[in-house]
Structures are given as C-alpha cells and as structure tokens.
Design a protein around this ligand. Structure first.
Ligand code: ZN
Length: 261
C-alpha cells in the first residue's frame, strides 16, 4: 500500500515537473520575442512597425526628372560651344568661314541654315539685314580698346575704364560672335538696337521661327543674370534644330541647356 502511494507521489511530482517545464517553455519565446523591443526603442523611427517598409515604397516610382525629355545629343559637339564671361574663346580660335548674305561671314557648317532663315523672313515680307556675324578676336580687341580709351578720363584710371568698358562691350574672347555661329539681325528701316526691337514684326517672326532653322534667341529678357548680357532681341545663335526646338519651347538660356548634360 505504502509502495503504491509512493509510486503515485512520484508520478504526481513528475507531472508537476512536466507541467512546470511546459509552462516555462511556453513563456520563454514570449520573452525572446519581447527582448528586441527595448533595443529597437533606441531608434524610434526605424522600429519594427510596418512604417519603414512602407516608406521605401515610393522608390520604384520616383518623381519624373523635369528635363527627362531633353534631346539625345553630344553636348561637347561644336554647335553647343558655350561662350560667355566665364568661358572665353582662345585668341586663335577661327572657324572655317563662308561668305553669306550682306557680305557677312559665318561658320560653313551653319551658313546654309542662316541663309535659309533670312530668305524665309524676306519671303514673308520682312526687311532683314545681317548687321554683324563672325567677329575676329582682333576686332574684339579693337572695339574693347576703343571703349576703354573713351572712359579713361571719366573713370579716372585705365583699370576703372576697363571695368566700365566690360559692361558695354564684350571683353576680347568672350564675344559669341567669334564662334561664327552668332548673328545680329535687324530691320534696315529700324535703326535702334535696343529692347524696343522686341515688338517689331521682324523680332516677333524670328522668335517664333528661328528654332525651325536651328537658331535660338541667345540673350532672353529674363535671363540676363545667367547670360551676363542684356536682353538682345536681335542676336541669334545657331545650335542645331533639336537643341533649338527644346531651348525655345522651354524658354531656356544656353547656359541652362548646357547644364542639363
Ligand atoms: Zn550679337
């Protein structure tokens, strides 16, 4: 009898032990799972909530690039050469030239395009005159020197006169005309070369049609801070048809267009 009791007692003790073991095991994973949460609490935004897995989601659909539709061109090609105060041409840069209308010279690679544009404007009943096109480095030096000498007296010194002249005439090498790809187009009957030209029939026609011939209005009204040159409704620059269409339809300065590449 006593032996049976003992056996039963041992059996109950075993059951209790087994139960305790089971409870301990079932609790263990709970603690294990709970464990990381205090550690994660140190980095609140990255915590195990679904939030972080949601935030990378916008990645696959990024906001479209504003100029993703820019033309597929080699920006280092000759027709995109940027010439301005910060990007002067060397004194010995002389393009291969051809004589065009009005006794002017233009880069042979763009001469046909210039004559086509001028012919079309004339056919539309406009009086167009190419008053300036290729301008050699030496000619820029001469024009600049002349301006400096005009201001030496009023400015008080040669150095001050040079600074003053820079605001009126391009410093030698910084005139886009040296490229042989720029021209000044005016109405022979309209003598003034200033902003008032903007509203002449010729300027309106040129601004609307120049891109078709690969030309752009190089110094737009609202881009003087970028170009460093005042608004020049008469000055057109050859860049090729694809670039010209893009620049004119987006209202860009050449500086902005080149910066897209
Ligand atoms: Zn010009």
């Amino acid at each position: 009898m006593a032996g049976k009791f003992l056996k039963t007692g041992v059996f109950i003790m075993l059951l209790v032990l087994l139960g305790a073991l089971l409870i301990a095991r079932s609790v263990e994973p709970e603690r294990a799972r709970a464990e990381p949460s205090p550690a994660a609490a140190g980095t609140p935004p990255a915590a195990g909530t679904p939030a972080p897995s949601v935030s990378p989601a916008p990645g696959p659909s990024p906001t479209p690039e504003p100029y993703a539709d820019r033309p597929d061109i080699d920006i280092s090609a000759w027709e995109y050469t940027l010439v301005n105060g910060e990007n002067p041409l060397p004194a010995d840069y002389i393009p291969q030239l051809r004589t065009v209308y009005d006794g002017q010279s233009f880069d042979v690679r763009a001469a046909d395009a210039l004559e086509a544009m001028v012919s079309e404007a004339r056919a539309a009943g406009l009086v167009v005159y190419i008053t300036s096109s290729y301008r050699a480095y030496a000619a820029q030096e001469y024009l600049f020197g002349k301006k400096v000498s005009e201001y030496v007296y009023s400015e008080g010194s040669e150095a001050a006169a040079v600074e003053k002249a820079k605001t009126i005439v391009a410093y030698p090498g910084t005139s886009e005309h040296q490229l042989g790809l720029a021209c000044d187009l005016v109405d022979q009957d309209y003598a003034y070369m200033d902003e008032s030209l903007e509203y002449t029939a010729l300027s309106v026609w040129l601004a609307a049609n120049c891109a078709e011939y690969g030309f752009i209005l190089r110094y737009p009204k609202d881009k003087t801070a970028l170009t460093g040159v005042m608004f020049e409704p008469w000055h057109f620059r050859y860049v090729g048809e694809a670039a010209a269409a893009y620049i004119m339809s987006n209202g860009l300065a050449l500086e902005e267009f080149v910066a897209l590449y």
